[in-house]
Design a protein around this ligand. Structure first.
Ligand code: ZN
Length: 273
């Protein structure tokens, strides 16, 4: 059904005869019902599927009410950043204007743009003060993300500007699809990798996170209720460019590939205006 560049997709609104909205946010608002329908729906991809190129796809949750992003969530990345391990998840946002689909160009707005491969969570049920033990049932699915970061802006001024420095257009590509947790052998332990021009820059597993996905849902939802379709960027492992000696940043022509086991891959080609 799926090749690296082409997916066979079914129009859910059509296949469900209008039971479900063609708007992704409407689908997340009815996620439990949708997941139940999808598990038993008589979908025939060969007969009803339409081929879609990866570069035609948008992010799995293109219009979330809330977006969270977590810093310093892998010990080796905290080490390379010269920061202490956090007692609570350092949290910022990436504004929705930075969202993009899984494949395309990345316009570099400066000479200090860095890469951060990240597992991304999409919430499937309203979650308020959810304990970690119950947290997976509030997750609609997982996808691959990049938390592209313009380091100069991120670190400018008396207070760091994480949210702005990470929200230029195209700085939050996600996809290529949302994988429900039950489809993964172990959703708490997925290999994650980032390659630039074929060279491995980041390679880790998500079980090395300081705050696991269930722990993040518990801690975030203890403060702010999470709503269906909300997106959480869960942090990046070691191997970013800014802390290398010498520092390395993205330049025109670089091809960035980000993969997570059991989900798929993102691919951006860096360009300048
Ligand atoms: Zn990040």
């Amino acid at each position: 059904m799926i090749s690296p560049d082409t997916a066979w997709l079914v129009d859910v609104a059509e296949a469900s005869r209008g039971q479900f909205s063609p708007d992704p946010r409407g689908l997340y608002d009815a996620w439990d019902e949708f997941a139940g329908w999808a598990a038993s729906a008589p979908i025939d991809f060969a007969a009803d599927g339409v081929p879609v190129l990866a570069e035609e796809l948008g992010p799995p949750s293109p219009d979330p009410r809330q977006i969270f992003a977590i810093g310093l969530n892998y010990r080796d990345h905290a080490d390379e950043s010269g920061m202490a391990y956090p007692d609570s998840p350092p949290t910022f946002t990436k504004w929705v204007g930075s969202f993009a689909g899984p494949v395309g160009d990345l316009v570099l707005p400066a000479a200090t743009v860095d890469w951060e491969a990240e597992l991304v969570v999409v919430i499937g049920r309203r979650a308020a003060r959810v304990p970690a033990a119950d947290a997976w049932s509030y997750v609609a699915g997982l996808t691959v993300g990049q938390d592209y970061s313009e380091r100069a802006l991120q670190l400018t001024g008396p207070a760091p500007q994480f949210s702005l420095g990470k929200s230029f257009p195209g700085f939050a590509p996600q996809g290529p699809w949302l994988v429900t947790p039950d489809e993964l052998a172990d959703p708490d332990n997925l290999a994650i990798e980032c390659r630039i021009n074929g060279e491995t820059m980041q390679k880790s597993t998500t079980n090395r996170q300081i705050f696991s996905v269930p722990s993040l849902v518990e801690r975030l939802s203890s403060v702010v209720p999470l709503t269906p379709g909300d997106v959480i960027f869960t942090g990046t492992p070691a191997g970013v460019g800014g802390t290398r000696k010498p520092a390395r940043f993205l330049k025109a022509g670089d091809v960035v590939e980000t993969t997570i086991e059991g989900i798929g891959a993102l691919r951006q080609v860096c360009v300048t205006d």
